[in-house]
Write a protein that binds this ligand. Sequence first.
Ligand SMILES: [Zn+2]
Length: 251
Amino acid sequence: MHVLRVDMRFAGQRPADGPAVHMNLYLGALSMNGQVCGSDWPIVIENGCCVATVLAPAADSLDERYHGTHVRQRIAEAQQAGITFAWSVIGEQSDSAQACGCADPSAFLLFTTYLTVESPVQCMDCFGVVPLYRFTAPPDADFYDVMSWQSNYQSCDQLQMNCTVLEQAATRQMSAVDSALSAAGRSCCATLSERAGKPFYYYLYRGKPPRCPGSAATLSGLRCIMAFARDTAWNVRFPVRPVPAIVEPCL
Ligand SMILES: [Zn+2]
């Protein structure tokens, strides 16, 4: 991830509704399009103008070629109020996750934890993080469904880690194929897979050994890709987790 500075500039007088309103609307739209990570961005007033510091997946994440419909709408509304935005790169975050640099990944994985700030999509070739805007949202849409799933998953993961309130219920949501959380995640996988034209996999947390409804002896009924559990790269990537089961999104 990269740390970016976003400057607001006024063509005329400061707008009556407060400059931070337009800055927050702009950054919120960027966040829902995957161009900004998370929803926390400190804003300061510098020489009468708003200046925000944001985390972005890459140095060029705020480039207009990645803008979706909603981002363009927020920019147009700001321009009508005499406001424009400019951005510059402060630098690469020192301890951020590795970004995917593959030109054409063969497959993707939907995975997050309660600590994740970046995109929940990983490349299955290099396990690097893939920005959501690379899966171009259709007109008048953004990545709300993926953001919603990620927020719900992280809430469950946090409850499980705290081991006090709703631990069992949260663990079931993360580990059961038929839970509401898993269904939402696999739906996201199906949507993104269709846009990318590539296979998309869903990480199913293995709190207990998974059971197949078709056979207690084999996982083939769930079409689990257990080969990945034996893959060296996979086990290095998830060193503190139980062996994961990955279920194809078409179930
Ligand atoms: Zn990659």
